[in-house]
Design a protein around this ligand. Structure first.
Ligand SMILES: Nc1ncnc2c1ncn2[C@@H]1O[C@H](COP(=O)(O)OP(=O)(O)OP(=O)(O)O)[C@@H](O)[C@H]1O
Ligand SMILES: [Mg+2]
Length: 259
């Protein structure tokens, strides 16, 4: 195998072209290359329409690239798989299933026996702080709790990468910070890689080891910033403001160029 052992996901010269209804093509991504290593925490940030969701869908296997290749451990991604867990903002839980049943779903799909499913799902719910809510239905849970269930559901099958598309965008600021802290803890505990899409500079600065800044029309990568600030990061510290300003500056550049 020629792939470097540290590269888990390899996006090579990918273009994604959607055919518009009137026949005009949209270049959601143009010639995008990106490698993501095992255990990395990468944030994708960029203006609306720059192809962030498209990129995640390619890694998830919901879409195949128009051009280029997307590989996982050096093998082309052709379909969704349990080694790539997904938490999307609107990737709703099953409304007719309890939190526990939602978390058990993936385990049932892979054929785990009932008692093992119970044990693993209970453990996953406990890890996201929802041991007490196992028997509640989604409509009985707050937005933050629902996203915790979604995280537990994705993590319970022990994926190698967690693909997250603005997962905390719809919750209030305080809940969002708690969810971010919990996610960092789970990331450390499990060693899972995380690819996290956000519009929020503060969120990227708080979470990421790498911030990939994208630009739109066509969707491209404008900057790949390595963030070596240690965890946990302190929003009140001066270097956090510097980090925020760096990301913000790069984003502003891409938006100015687009305008
Ligand atoms: N199924 C589709 N058919 C046609 N065009 C699409 C489709 N999905 C996305 N697009 C277009 O591709 C481009 C990239 O969309 P994408 O959803 O990946 O962007 P995004 O960065 O996730 O945006 P946002 O921040 O608003 O979520 C946009 O111009 C969008 O209109
Ligand atoms: Mg999107």
């Amino acid at each position: 195998m020629t792939t470097a052992s540290s590269s888990l996901i390899d996006i090579a010269a990918v273009s994604q072209i959607y055919a518009g209804r009137d026949g005009t093509p949209t270049w959601a991504l143009r010639d995008v290359s990106l490698q993501i290593g095992k255990g990395e925490f990468v944030c994708l940030i960029g203006p609306s329409g720059c192809g962030k969701t498209t990129l995640l869908q390619l890694i998830a296997g919901f879409l195949g690239p128009t051009r280029g290749s997307v590989t996982f451990h050096g093998r082309p991604i052709t379909a969704p798989g349990p080694e790539r867990g997904v938490v999307f903002q609107d990737y709703a839980l099953f409304a007719w299933m309890t939190a526990m049943q939602n978390v058990e779903f993936g385990l049932r799909m892979r054929g785990d026996a009932r008692s093992r499913r119970r044990d693993l799902a209970r453990d996953a719910l406990a890890r996201v702080g929802l041991a007490h809510a196992a028997d509640k239905y989604p409509h009985e849970l707050s937005g933050g709790m629902r996203q915790r269930v979604a995280v537990a559901r994705a993590l319970v099958v022990e994926p190698e990468v967690l693909l997250m598309d603005e997962p905390f965008a719809a919750v209030d600021a305080m809940t969002r910070q708690t969810l971010q802290e919990d996610l960092l803890r789970l990331w450390r505990e499990t060693g899972v890689s995380v690819v996290f899409v956000t519009h929020n500079i503060d969120e990227a600065a708080f979470l990421a080891q790498r911030v990939v800044v994208m630009g739109a029309h066509p969707g491209t990568i404008k900057a790949d910033l390595t963030i070596d600030a240690p965890y946990p990061r302190n929003r009140a510290a001066a270097d956090f403001s510097t980090l925020y300003a760096t990301i913000s500056g790069r984003l502003a550049e891409t938006e100015r160029r687009a305008a």
